[in-house]
Design a protein around this ligand. Structure first.
Ligand code: FAD
Length: 462
């Protein structure tokens, strides 16, 4: 397919079929429309099809297949490896499909395929409900298809554990429903298999009565990081599911609500969330306070506010280089390495998070969904972040060195949503472990030609 043929076909053939816009390279909106969250990703698709509804998606899929184009599917474009876009291909951009519907009696939230997590939080919150999602409100549905770790994982499981059904446009342009009763194999596969099986145009999720939680960070001086991490690795797994807290190395942001004397200080911290009876929160957090953190900003907040608290710190356009690992334990040698790399945070926005993936998230059979690391206690992300492209190499070097140093203490694979660029196919296979073969067979059934390959790719079984 030459660019000329594809470009003219895009304008003449695809454009009129869609209610949404098809933005080609000549369009003044092109540079904005091709941007994804990670400023390090600079891809130039032939066009971006801004789909407004399922019919638009069907037309775009059929067109992409007919023209033999590389097709990327974009939700909110947050993927660290930039999988929501593609050079010289077609982007099926779901961002106009941001809508939600709550069934309060059934405690479910249905969200359009381009919805952001904040849309789900907001919709559910209006009914005093919450859905377990991630810790930034601007992330998209791609999170839900890969796993979904967040503040509510220990209590209610991963996001994939709370998917009840999905509407999916398949590679042949047909539209199907996947649930426990319909296309069960597809339903199994989309709960962790990412965008490999089709375009999810809407998703119905289970919600819980959880209007608020006791949430917020405690910080300690960096010099105490080995001591605090050693305490944390024992403390949290022994607590009831009501308490969650992700450990982090961080630099205190230079503004409110943080006290001025801490601004721009490298520290270690835990961001806590307590989902039990608020009256019990002080008791649950008593051992935390006994460690004498220098900052204690734990307070009652709506779940949606907690999930949006870091949005401002991490706006779209920063450079991101990241990798992940699963951990079942954090031995002393690993604690020492964490402390060493925590001291070397290359830029003030760079960070490392240990997201708890035990509790309810671990009480699911390893083959119940594609997520193969139910025995993990933490899902780690090493994230080099900076607004300035001049620091791209520095954040890359730190992230790679950190992950390579800690990887020998990990369980082997990586959370599919945290796999970065340049990590390769072996890493995808390791991530799915014993579930890979089943995924490959389902891929062969629903997408035998690997039409959906701009993703952490599962190759169709031959
Ligand atoms: C700042 C930041 C914070 C994050 N926090 C968390 C967190 O707390 N917990 C967590 O688990 N993860 C977190 N993530 C990781 C996140 O889960 C992934 O980046 C995920 O890929 C984002 O989904 P998206 O829809 O925004 O991505 P996009 O870049 O739009 O898409 C990524 C991939 O998902 C597929 N995809 C997206 N939507 C659809 C759809 N509707 N149908 C079919 N395929 C689709 C695409 O094909 C593509 O391969 C975070 C990421 C960032 C950048």
């Amino acid at each position: 397919m030459t660019e000329t043929v594809a470009t003219s076909a895009l304008a003449e053939e695809l454009g009129p079929q869609l209610r949404g816009d098809v933005i080609g390279r000549e369009d003044p909106r092109y540079d904005d429309a091709r941007k994804v969250y990670n400023g390090m990703i600079d891809k130039r698709p032939l066009a971006i099809a801004q789909c407004r509804d399922q019919a638009d998606v069907i037309a775009a899929v059929k067109f992409g297949a007919k023209q033999g184009l590389d097709v990327a599917v974009r939700g909110a474009g947050h993927n660290g490896a930039g999988l929501g876009t593609v050079d010289d291909g077609l982007v099926i951009d779901l961002s106009p499909m941001r809508w939600t519907r709550v069934d309060a009696a059934a405690r479910t939230v249905t969200a359009g395929g381009g919805s952001q997590l904040g849309d789900i939080d907001h919709a559910a919150g209006g009914f005093g409900l919450a859905v377990p999602v991630g810790i930034l409100s601007t992330t998209g549905i791609g999170l839900a298809l890969g796993g979904g770790v967040g503040y509510l994982s220990r209590k209610y499981g991963l996001t994939i554990d709370n998917i009840l059904s999905a509407d999916v446009v398949l590679a042949d342009g047909s539209a199907v429903r996947a649930s426990e009763d319909e296309n069960e194999d597809l339903f199994w596969a989309i709960r962790g298999g990412g965008g490999n099986f089709g375009v999810v145009t809407s998703l119905t999720l289970r919600a819980y009565e959880q209007p608020t939680m006791i949430w917020g960070p405690t910080f300690w001086p960096l010099e105490r990081s080995a001591e605090i991490l050693s305490w944390y690795r024992e403390f949290l797994p022994a607590q009831a599911d009501d308490l969650n807290g992700f450990f982090a190395f961080l630099t205190v942001p230079p503004g409110p609500p943080f006290p001025e004397e801490l601004h721009m200080k490298k520290m270690c911290g835990v961001v806590w969330s307590f989902t039990g009876d608020p009256a019990d929160a002080d008791e649950a957090l008593k051992p935390v306070r006994e460690t004498e953190p220098v900052l204690d900003a734990v307070m009652a907040v709506p779940v949606s506010a907690a999930n949006a608290a870091f949005d401002e710190l991490y706006p779209a356009g920063d450079q991101w280089y990241w990798r992940g690992d699963y951990f079942a334990q954090i031995p002393d040698e690993a604690v020492a390495l964490h402390a060493e790399f925590g001291e070397q945070l290359p830029t003030w926005k760079s960070t490392m998070h240990l997201y708890p993936s035990d509790g309810a998230a671990s009480r699911v059979a390893e083959d119940a969904t594609p997520w193969a690391y139910r025995e993990s206690k933490w899902t780690a992300v090493y994230a080099g972040v900076d607004p300035d492209p001049a620091n791209a190499e520095a954040i890359r070097k730190w992230t790679v060195a950190y992950q390579e140093a800690l990887h020998p203490y990990s369980m082997g694979g990586s959370y599919i949503n945290f796999i970065g660029t340049e990590e390769g196919q072996d890493r995808v296979q390791a991530t799915y472990g014993s579930n890979y073969e089943r995924l490959a067979k389902i891929k062969a059934k629903y997408d035998p030609d690997n039409f959906f390959h701009v993703n952490q790719n599962i190759r169709p079984a031959s």
